[in-house]
Design a protein around this ligand. Structure first.
Ligand SMILES: C[S@@+](CC[C@H](N)C(=O)[O-])C[C@H]1O[C@@H](n2cnc3c(N)ncnc32)[C@H](O)[C@@H]1O
Length: 246
């Protein structure tokens, strides 16, 4: 069934897989996902933002990592359109946020965010930008919204799957995504179709350079692009230079 704002039924995929989402991630990345989110959080906090948007927050691990790492009163807003994923995030946040940071979660669609222009000093997206731009007819609209809610000069930090540059590793990575992830994810979650989409979108996603071009065309300046896990994952940092209207 088609959902508004997506060309894949993403909302129902995440409603289906939310109970096992974290477990599949841990298994599939050999525990690397938590380490990569820690790195992304430290880049996101490096300029001392006082308000950070965790876009496509899912089960909340990145928002909670930002709160854990910040030693000052930052406000973290986790935003996602899946009430099921956010239900897990809210349960995790209960009692686990100590110290000066504040975390709250807001439900809504990335194509129409209920935030004012320039509201956030930084925007972080971990494993979510692929959903917003891969085979998504609202890709331009999503980039426009990210640009709108970030203040000029504010940082955009992206952690995402990427296509490795090394040809041998690309073959291994592609084999893993084509044959292992859909089966393992499908088996653990009971929803193979969701993991077929997730694996295929990862396999066909951009290189660091390709993603950099997209961001530069959308009103951002690329500051750094780091390959992680031999280039199967990328960590990008960009800053907003101007407005973008798709
Ligand atoms: C792969 S999960 C990533 C979750 C989390 N950031 C992480 O690091 O594990 C992608 C998330 O994006 C959300 N999402 C996809 N499209 C969205 C949209 N148009 N608006 C808001 N959230 C969206 C999904 O509900 C899902 O929770």
């Amino acid at each position: 069934m088609e959902q508004p704002g997506t060309d894949h039924p993403l909302k129902s995929y995440y409603a289906d897989i939310h109970p096992t989402y974290d477990r599949v991630n841990r298994v599939f990345t050999f525990g690397g996902d938590a380490r990569w989110r820690r790195k992304a959080a430290s880049v996101c906090l490096s300029t001392g933002p006082s308000s950070v948007l965790d876009l496509c927050a899912g089960t909340g691990d990145f928002a909670l990592e930002l709160a854990r790492q910040a030693g000052y009163p930052v406000t973290v807003t986790g935003f996602d359109f899946s009430s099921e994923m956010l239900g897990i995030a809210r349960r995790k946040a209960e009692g686990s946020v100590r110290g000066p940071a504040t975390v709250h979660f807001v439900e809504g669609d990335a194509s129409r965010m209920p935030f004012s222009d320039g509201q956030f000093d930084a925007v972080g997206i971990t494993f979510g930008i692929r959903n917003l731009i891969y085979e998504n007819s609202r890709a331009g609209r999503h980039l426009e919204e990210i640009n709108r809610v970030l203040r000029p000069g504010g940082r955009l930090v992206i952690l995402e799957s990427s296509r490795p540059g090394n040809p041998l590793w690309r073959i291994i990575n592609s084999f893993y995504l084509r044959f292992i992830l859909p089966r393992v994810g499908g088996l653990i979650s009971g929803h193979p179709e969701a993991y077929r989409y997730l694996a295929r979108s990862s396999r066909n996603y951009y290189t660091i350079g390709g993603m950099g071009d997209i961001l530069e065309g959308a009103g951002f300046r690329m500051l750094q692009g780091k390959p992680l896990f031999m280039g199967s994952v990328m960590l990008l940092e960009a800053s907003k230079i101007g407005s973008y209207d798709g």
